[in-house]
Design a protein around this ligand. Structure first.
Ligand code: SF4
Ligand code: SF4
Length: 77
């Protein structure tokens, strides 16, 4: 009961899907498993990254550091 609260830093990311090349680095790098690959593709035809589990994000910014396209912005709450 009430055990699910986690008072760690909370974060949020914004993925610019038009910059994304679908390399999956962010999805593989996220220690919390927040990012999955979407079935939707962008105008370049790449399947893009999707922020699937925002509730788990700590704002660590590992995903943004891994992204070769600088497609991810990280916000900390
Ligand atoms: S900021 Fe950290 S926890 Fe949040 S999606 Fe990126 S790698 Fe995962
Ligand atoms: S690391 Fe960047 S380019 Fe690669 S899938 Fe993630 S958002 Fe897209």
């Amino acid at each position: 009961m009430g055990k699910t609260t986690k008072k760690n830093a909370k974060g949020k990311i914004v993925i610019d899907i038009e910059l994304c090349k679908g390399c999956k680095y962010c999805a593989m790098a996220c220690p919390k498993g927040c990012i999955s690959m979407s079935r939707d593709f962008n105008s370049m035809g790449y399947f893009v990254a999707h922020f699937e589990h925002p509730e788990k994000c700590t704002g660590c910014a590992v995903c943004a550091q891994m992204c070769p396209e600088i497609a991810i912005e990280v916000w900390k709450e």
